[in-house]
Design a protein. Structure first.
Ligand SMILES: [Zn+2]
Length: 366
């Protein structure tokens, strides 16, 4: 028996039942909107579209319910008013169910989207990452402060040098092993990447004349294979003091004061005779271990002393090279590695950490 053979009233009833059958799965959402929170947002949006399709199919112009309106002619005249009311009431029921459900889905979707897009003002703000200075720069500035307080000027100079400044003027003989290409980097034009900051002594005395007190922190380059204590590029600080009557006592006093400022007032300094072409006499200097105070530890290799740098009285040949009379003026010079001092202070096992620019390492020094 097809629908068309049913009475008009039964056809309205059939349309309503067909709707209810399809509508059934939306009922739980209306009864308990919190059930929607178990679905992801995309699923709820799909349900909203399915509901709109349902409305078109059951209330649209081609729907079974719309078709029943044309059946009024088959209804007995005294029943037509009642039939009209039945159709309208059925239609109103469907519209109400659909509207209520649609409103529920719409509210849920809007709430979810608002929650996703809203800014939680109770969350801590995102601070922009600000940079900070490299540990070597921080240490260099501390060293500069110590020497500026002692009346020294800070000198900066070129990193690519002629052999005159890198070797000749520093009294480094023609056959000295440091000149060999195995030890010094040369450019294709035959210039040397300075292998020590002592080159700045020469520039400073030529430019300023004497008396002079200056330090020169900067990069130096040597053909070393990188290992935990060596790097082909590293930082040195050079110190020079030339005046009338300068003696070894001034050198010792200056180095001792520097090391007390850097490693504490109890720091003891010791000088050991050594040899450098540009100083005579020459001495290497050590200081008492800041960690164990001389008792012996890993940092000082159980000796109680830490070796730091070289020093000595400026060789008369160096003074003569820049036109200074060694009979009238004398001076001392010293040099040490900033990165070595930095590695000691922060107890770094590998000096290469300072040059690898790994933020996980560098961020510790903020
Ligand atoms: Zn120690």
């Amino acid at each position: 028996m097809s629908n068309s053979e049913l009475s008009p009233e039964h056809q309205v009833e059939a349309a309503r039942k067909a709707f209810e059958q399809e509508f059934e799965r939306f009922v739980p959402f209306v009864d308990d909107p919190s059930a929607l929170t178990k679905l992801d947002l995309e699923t709820v949006v799909a349900e909203q579209r399915a509901l709109a399709d349902l409305r078109t199919r059951h209330l649209g112009k081609k729907s079974a319910l719309a078709a029943t309106k044309k059946l009024i002619g088959r209804v007995a005249p005294d029943q037509r008013a009642a039939f009209g009311q039945l159709v309208q009431a059925t239609e109103a029921t469907l519209v109400q169910s659909l509207d209520q459900t649609e409103q529920t889905l719409k509210n849920h979707i809007e709430n979810e989207r608002t929650a996703r897009e809203s800014i939680d003002v109770t969350l801590p703000g995102r601070r922009p990452r600000s940079g900070h200075r490299h540990p070597i720069t921080l240490l260099r500035e501390r060293l500069e402060d110590v020497f500026v307080a002692l009346g020294y000027a800070i000198e900066d100079d070129r990193e690519i040098e002629t052999d005159f400044y890198n070797f000749d003027a520093l009294n480094i003989p023609e056959n000295h092993p440091a000149r060999a290409w195995q030890d010094t980097f040369y450019t294709t034009e035959g210039f040397a990447l300075r292998s020590q900051t002592s080159t700045v002594q020469i520039h400073a005395m030529q430019r300023r004349g004497v008396p002079v007190r200056m330090i020169a922190p900067g990069r130096v380059f040597r053909r070393d294979t990188p290992d935990p204590t060596h790097n082909p590029m590293f930082f040195q600080v050079e110190g020079l003091c030339v005046d009338r009557g300068i003696s070894m006592a001034h050198l010792k006093g200056t180095v001792a004061e520097l090391l007390r400022q850097m490693f504490g007032p109890d720091t003891v300094t010791r000088f050991r005779p050594s040899y450098f072409p540009f100083t005579e006499p020459s001495a290497e200097f050590d200081f008492s271990c800041f960690k164990c105070k001389g008792a012996g530890c890993r940092i000082c290799k159980n000796s109680g002393w830490i070796e730091l740098g070289g020093s000595g009285m400026v060789h008369p040949n160096v003074l003569r090279t820049v036109g200074v009379d060694p009979q009238e003026f004398s001076g001392f010079a010293f040099g040490f590695g900033i990165d070595r001092m930095c590695a000691l202070m922060y107890e770094l096992d590998d000096i290469r950490l300072l040059f690898e620019n790994d933020l996980r390492f560098l961020e510790q020094f903020e």
